[in-house]
Unconditional design. Structure first.
Length: 368
């Protein structure tokens, strides 16, 4: 009888501990999700991005490109390109490209930049692939809202569904944005992009068209070379043009100069990230080079991982509107809490069982 009572007390106690630990987990995990109504800068950035998307769509229409017939862009952002073109460099995921057109992406960037303690006038460097024109736009809108000194170097080659339309490249898009008043950023130069950043896979007519457009805009085209020299050249461009010390670096997409050749780049979390390994100069990209100089890095790649980490919707249709509440979450922090709660559960269970066993044995001896 005493053994039966001991087992009942032990099982009931363990069930109670399990319930309490489960409630603690959900309570603490809920606190890791930060619901916030966008403040004025975050709202302004999202509103700017939404208006710029409308302007981009209108620009395409004025050029006779019929974006309304692009059923791959149901939200009519003007930022979803072609499945294949002569400017296409690699495969791309359509849902990921559409996910980046969410105006809340710009609000998120405002929030991350503010977490870094940036102030109006601070210089921020952005190296981007045209594979994600919506993220380029999000960075421009965020910097505009925060009154930051944003400098960009952009590669014109793009993966599927990016800015890969030869008749409407990222350069034409940026012209549209400037015409609507988004003109506080500086495009320092462009590069070709592609496999080795040479653009050699592009037909000569496309290369000539890009050169003509760059000349019209007064832009320098960065020519290919060894990786270390291309990285050094872009770092120098940012430093020479910065209005004060560089305060942050944003990588958009996955071109060669940004990511380098070391496989450790695949381990980086998307979003505000920590670069743990700095590879040798011959395999180092801009991400690692900027981190080695002490700059915080915002890494905008792996879009599914990015929205999962920060709680943004995947491929939203229709797009969320500026002013809607945003729930920011950090999946890594959630996993950390789960590990801690599990360890707590195991320790409490062991302690409780040990106490019950000790009391049972002691009570048994008294009876004897």
């Amino acid at each position: 009888m005493r053994n039966t009572n001991f087992q009942k007390v032990t099982l009931n106690g363990l069930a109670l501990i399990s319930l309490l630990v489960l409630m603690a987990y959900f309570g603490l995990n809920k606190n890791q999700q930060r619901r916030f109504s966008p403040d004025s800068t975050e709202w302004q950035a999202a509103e700017l991005m939404l208006q710029a998307e409308k302007a981009t769509f209108s620009c395409e229409q004025r050029k006779g490109l019929q974006p309304e017939r692009n059923y791959f862009d149901p939200n009519q952002t003007g930022l979803i390109g072609l499945e294949q073109s002569e400017l296409t460099t690699t495969l791309g995921r359509l849902e990921a490209k559409r996910t980046t057109t969410n105006p809340q992406m710009s609000s998120l960037l405002v929030r991350l930049l503010k977490e870094l303690g940036l102030r109006p006038g601070d210089s921020v460097a952005v190296a981007a692939s045209s594979s994600f024109p919506a993220l380029i736009l999000a960075a421009i809108c965020a910097a505009h809202s925060l009154n930051l000194d944003l400098m960009l170097i952009v590669s014109v080659g793009a993966s599927q569904w990016g800015a890969n339309n030869p008749d409407f490249t990222v350069l034409e898009m940026m012209e549209c944005w400037r015409d609507m008043g988004l003109n506080r950023y500086r495009l320092l130069a462009i590069s070709w992009g592609g496999e080795d950043n040479s653009g050699r896979e592009f037909p000569e007519k496309i290369r000539r068209k890009v050169r003509d457009k760059a000349g019209e805009l007064g832009l320098k085209i960065l020519e290919p070379g060894p990786l270390s020299l291309m990285v050094k050249e872009q770092v120098a461009l940012f430093q020479e043009n910065a209005r004060g010390p560089l305060k942050a670096f944003i990588n958009i997409g996955g071109n060669l100069v940004c990511l380098g050749l070391d496989s450790s780049i695949l381990e980086l979390k998307p979003g505000l990230t920590r670069v743990k390994k700095i590879p040798p100069a011959e395999t180092r990209g801009l991400v690692q080079e900027m981190a080695s100089r002490g700059l915080p890095v915002i890494h905008l790649l792996n879009i599914q991982g990015l929205v999962k980490r920060y709680g943004l919707p995947w491929d939203p249709q229709p797009l969320p509107q500026p002013g809607q509440d945003i729930i920011l979450r950090d999946a890594e922090r959630e996993r950390t809490w789960l590990r801690k709660i599990f360890v707590l559960y195991v320790l409490l269970s062991i302690f409780f069982v040990a106490c019950c066993f000790f009391i049972h044995r002691r009570h048994g001896r008294k009876v004897l």
